[in-house]
Write a protein that binds this ligand. Structure first.
Ligand code: ZN
Length: 329
């Protein structure tokens, strides 16, 4: 029987990922808290040998605004909803990471790169939305080239990608393949989690997803490595669960959330399947202590499963490599 696999992927985006629906006044504290949490997460990952995939927005990978502006692609997406574009309002971005920690995160990227077992992946250059109206495949191509170029400068190879808001467009996958990418994080395979543009998202689906994180409504979302499939040459490594931020008003349900995650992890370990957990660092930002405690509990449980069932921790690109060795490619 194959070994169970525990995947962690994080969408590291700073303010670029929330700009269309948040302000620095309302959410800045969570962004800064998320920065501190990254350092704590890396400590845990290094100590416990956790392999994690960090999908990073290209725009935050610069030392300063001058360099960022130099790295911008010529072609930019013209979303019908112009709020979605991170190229709007660039004049409000500060000079560098010291003066604007909401937009620049190069020191944290360096920390990730220098921590063992970590993979740097793409979260696109501009936090690009592949299903929104007004953008085109050519815009996505330009965005991808900008990310790849910035990473080339930092000696980081393109391997895996996580699409912002999990909006992925099948017809764009070939663009990534050509640039050297080999895998992407697909959505949980259940109708509640299908990718949709923001305009097509309903409150009902959101409430159901919230409930699903406490109660097993939609199943474990684990899967065997040999059941994975390539789309346009790119391996789809679906998410199993989003690690929700600590919910102060529903704090009595927090333990239920963790126990639902643990049950799915155990299910994967016993069946020799994959459990893929994801979150954003800023999800830790408002209640960092509670969230770090939860992460430590999850990692400690993984260590038990590792001992008992020989479960292993892998990055997305490591899973893609193992998949290719199965000879299915
Ligand atoms: Zn994002």
């Amino acid at each position: 029987m194959s070994q169970g696999i525990f995947i962690i992927s994080l969408d590291f985006e700073l303010f670029w990922g929330v700009k269309d629906h948040r302000t620095i006044a309302s959410y800045g504290k969570a962004i800064l808290g998320g920065r501190t949490a990254i350092v704590d997460m890396l400590d845990v990952f290094a100590k416990e040998k956790i392999h994690a995939t960090w999908a990073i927005v290209g725009m935050l990978m610069y030392d300063n605004k001058k360099e960022l502006v130099k790295g911008l692609p010529d072609k930019k997406p013209q979303y019908r909803n112009s709020l979605l574009s991170n190229y709007k309002g660039l004049e409000e971005v500060g000079a560098d990471e010291t003066s604007d920690a909401y937009h620049f995160g190069k020191t944290l990227v360096d920390k990730i790169v220098h921590t063992p077992y970590q993979e740097v992946a793409s979260h696109t250059f501009s936090h690009y939305y592949c299903l929104e109206e007004g953008q085109s495949k050519e815009d996505f191509q330009a965005d991808t080239s900008a990310w790849v170029e910035r990473c080339r400068q930092l000696s980081i190879k393109p391997q895996s990608i996580v699409f912002p808001r999990n909006q992925y467009n099948l017809s764009y996958l070939s663009v990534l393949k050509v640039q050297g990418f080999s895998s992407f994080r697909g959505n949980e395979s259940h109708r509640l989690y299908e990718a949709r543009s923001r305009a097509h998202e309903s409150t009902g689906r959101r409430v159901m997803r919230l409930l699903d994180s406490y109660l097993n409504l939609s199943g474990h979302h684990t899967y065997g490595i040999s059941d994975l499939e390539k789309e346009e040459g790119m391996l789809n490594i679906p998410a199993s669960r989003f690690l929700r931020p600590y919910h102060a008003a529903l704090s009595f349900l927090e333990q239920r959330k963790i126990s639902r995650i643990k049950k799915s992890m155990k299910h994967a370990a016993q069946k020799g399947e994959i459990f893929h957990l994801w979150w954003h660092p800023h999800n830790f930002g408002t209640h960092p202590e509670q969230m770090m405690k939860q992460l430590r509990e999850i990692v400690a449980y993984y260590k038990i499963l590792e001992k008992k069932y020989n479960m292993k921790s892998l990055t997305m690109s490591e899973v893609a490599k193992e998949y290719n060795q199965l000879g299915k490619a």
